[in-house]
Design a protein around this ligand. Structure first.
Ligand SMILES: [Zn+2]
Length: 298
C-alpha cells in the first residue's frame, strides 16, 4: 500500500527527527461493535476501524511499545525500535479485553491500559451525569491476563475524580490508593498513570512522582513533544471519527505541534466552559432546594 505519510516519515527518520522525546502516544477509550453507540459518543471507536488502525501501523512499520519498555530504553537496556508508538486505553473498559486485545495479539502488538484503582467499581459510573451509557470495566483476572501477555497496566486514579478540584487528603488517596490496589492485583509495580479528563497541575505531578510513578499521561501538554515532561505526557486523541488516514496524520511530527497549539487554546475555552457549567449546576441546585422547601411547607 502506497500511503502518503510513509514518504514523510522516511524523511523524518533521515533527518533524525524520530527521537525518544517525540514518540507519538495515542489515546483510545472504548472499542465497540455497536455502530449506533460509536456514532454518538466520541470515546467509542468501532472495532472495524480499530482493526484498520492496526493494519496501518503494521504497514508503516510501527512497533507499539509500553512505558515499561520506554523505561528500559532510558536505562540503556533496550534499543528503541525504528518507529515506536505507544497505544494507550483510558478507563479500562472490558471491551478492550474482548475486542481490542485479540486484534492486538493477532498483530503481535502491546498496549498500555489505564485502569481505575477502586476494584469495587464495575462500570463507568462517573459518566452517568453526562448521560453516557454504562460499560463494564476490566476485572482483576483480565488485568492479570493482559499483563501476562505483554500489556502494561497503569493507574487512572481511584474513582475517576477530577484531581485538580479535590481536597489534598482525597488527592493522596486517588493517587497512592490507585497504585496500591492495582499493585496488589497485579503483584507488580505500576509505574504509569493517566489523569482523569487529562487534567493535571504542578502539585499533582509532584505527588504522582513521590508516590513512585515514573510517567503521568495528560492529553494536552505545555511542550510540543509528547514525552518532554514525563509527568505531563501529551497524547493524540483518537475520536470515534478517527479513520486510518487521520491516524496516519496524527503520527506525523508536524501534527504534534498542531495539537499542542490547539490544546493551549482549548484550555482557555475549557476553563470558561467549566466555570459556566458549575454556575448552571449551582442555579439548578438552588431551584431544587426552593421546590423542596415549598413542598415541605405545603
Ligand atoms: Zn477517563
Amino acid at each position: 500500500m502506497n500511503f502518503y505519510p510513509t514518504e514523510i516519515l522516511r524523511q523524518q527518520e533521515q533527518n533524525g527527527d524520530i527521537k525518544s522525546d517525540n514518540i507519538t502516544v495515542l489515546m483510545y477509550h472504548q472499542i465497540s461493535e455497536n455502530k449506533a453507540i460509536c456514532r454518538k459518543y466520541w470515546t467509542c471507536l468501532h472495532v472495524d476501524i480499530f482493526h484498520k488502525h492496526l493494519k496501518l501501523l503494521e504497514q508503516l512499520g510501527y512497533t507499539p511499545i509500553t512505558f515499561k519498555d520506554y523505561q528500559l530504553v532510558l536505562s540503556g537496556e533496550l534499543a528503541l525500535p525504528r518507529r515506536p508508538v505507544i497505544i494507550t486505553f483510558d478507563d479500562g473498559y472490558e471491551h478492550v479485553y474482548n475486542l481490542a486485545y485479540p486484534l492486538l495479539q493477532k498483530y503481535g502488538m502491546a498496549a498500555v491500559v489505564f485502569s481505575i484503582g477502586n476494584r469495587q467499581l464495575e462500570t463507568n459510573e462517573w459518566d452517568q451525569s453526562e448521560g453516557i451509557p454504562t460499560f463494564r470495566l476490566l476485572k482483576d483476572n483480565q488485568l492479570r491476563e493482559l499483563q501476562a501477555n505483554g500489556f502494561e497496566i497503569g493507574a487512572h486514579s481511584m474513582d475517576h475524580s477530577d484531581l485538580t478540584t479535590i481536597p489534598d487528603s482525597a488527592l493522596r488517596q486517588e493517587i497512592h490508593g490507585a497504585k496500591y490496589y492495582l499493585e496488589d492485583v497485579l503483584q507488580s509495580p505500576v509505574i504509569s498513570i493517566s489523569y482523569p479528563y487529562g487534567l493535571v497541575n504542578s502539585p499533582i505531578k509532584a505527588l504522582v512522582r513521590s508516590a513512585g510513578f515514573q510517567f503521568g499521561c495528560a492529553v494536552s501538554t505545555p511542550h510540543p513533544s509528547h514525552l518532554s515532561d514525563h509527568y505531563e505526557i501529551g497524547r493524540s486523541t483518537i475520536l470515534n471519527s478517527t479513520g486510518p488516514l487521520a491516524l496516519g496524520i496524527r503520527l506525523l511530527r508536524a501534527y504534534t505541534y498542531y495539537e499542542w497549539a490547539r490544546h493551549r487554546l482549548s484550555r482557555v475555552r475549557g476553563y470558561r466552559w467549566r466555570r459556566k457549567r458549575k454556575a448552571l449546576r449551582e442555579s439548578a441546585r438552588i431551584k431544587q432546594d426552593e421546590i423542596t422547601t415549598r413542598e415541605a411547607v405545603t
